[in-house]
Design a protein around this ligand. Structure first.
Ligand code: SF4
Length: 313
């Protein structure tokens, strides 16, 4: 990586080539100053990450994917968050680790990778060892994966779209399916499947890859194709999280698409396909009318009112 990748930014597949140090903005909409919306223990991740004492989440503002239905739209396209100095970033991450979280969970970090790399190097120099998760959209430059893997232990990529036309409609890049599959291929090659696999959460994962997929209302066929792709590439052992929690957000009404939640029969069809293919390690979600699973980053101290520690903490 060049000394300052922000100067001619090509950190993600958008390849904007803008000078973020001079305040030029690319698709992710963030300058070279790191902006973070929330740092804290989170109890709403899959049990492999949440464990018993929470996953140490760090939510970065901005996103290079910019899906119109983004469930974190307040931070991804709304850019809520505050600018951190590298020193403050390190201080707050160390405070997070002191809260005994199982891991550091970097959420949508790719457009701030140079800062994150510095953080990981700093922790390593101080001999602070804790498993880390690169929690991402799947829309990563495959060529960057090897570098990420030198600093993080786990990858949690989305595989959002197998249908290029749908990807074009939702995030303006029809090449998402090929890009994401190649990135995930490389993630699995460097880290293997999630390990240990303990869906009770008693033994938090330390290494490997889990792939997430959010089922979209009206697009079950896309989900079936995503499952087919993953099965044919990795076999039934790839750990998956198949999510039903979609809620329509403002961008959906603007696009006149995905303006409702998922129907139970849609999710059932997807789970039936999971079972038909014989995937062995799968997190599923109860389809619920609850809306408090949708984060609210207007309250940066507690953006996840629906997710609390099981003992009421
Ligand atoms: S990180 Fe942002 S500016 Fe850089 S290439 Fe990606 S979208 Fe463009």
């Amino acid at each position: 990586m060049s000394p300052d990748p922000y100067q001619n930014c090509r950190l993600c597949p958008r390849d904007c080539g803008v000078n973020r140090c001079e305040g030029e903005l690319g698709v992710c909409g963030e300058s070279s100053e790191i902006r973070i919306s929330h740092i804290g223990p989170h109890f709403g991740e899959e049990p492999s990450f949440t464990g018993t004492s929470g996953s140490g989440t760090i939510f970065f503002s901005g996103c290079s994917s910019r899906c119109f239905f983004c469930q974190n739209h307040q931070i991804s396209t709304g850019h809520q968050g505050k600018v951190y100095t590298p020193e403050l970033f390190m201080t707050e991450v160390k405070e997070l680790i002191e809260r005994k979280v199982h891991n550091l969970n970097f959420v949508t970090p790719d457009h701030f990778w140079p800062h994150l790399r510095e953080l990981c190097l700093g922790l390593r120099e101080q001999e602070i060892l804790i498993p880390s998760v690169f929690n991402c959209s799947g829309y990563q430059k495959p060529g960057m994966v090897l570098e990420y893997s030198e600093f993080v232990d786990m990858f949690m990529p989305d595989m959002k779209f197998a249908d290029g036309k749908l990807a074009g409609f939702c995030m303006n890049d029809r090449d998402y399916p090929e890009i994401a599959m190649e990135a995930i291929r490389r993630m699995v090659k460097t880290k293997g499947f999630l390990d240990p696999w303990d869906p009770t959460g008693r033994h938090a994962a330390k290494r490997g890859v889990l792939v997430r997929h959010l089922v979209l209302p009206g697009y079950v066929e896309n989900s079936l194709k995503v499952l087919d792709l993953l099965y044919h590439e990795f076999g039934p052992g790839i750990p998956l999280s198949v999510m039903s929690q979609f809620r329509p957000v403002r961008g959906c009404s603007e696009k006149h698409a995905m303006t409702r939640s998922l129907f139970p029969e849609e999710y059932d069809r997807v789970i039936e396909h999971v079972e038909r293919l014989g995937f062995e390690k799968v997190y599923t979600q109860v389809l619920s009318e609850r809306t408090d699973y949708l984060p609210d980053f207007n309250d940066p101290e507690d953006p996840f009112p629906g997710h609390k520690k099981k003992d009421g903490g």
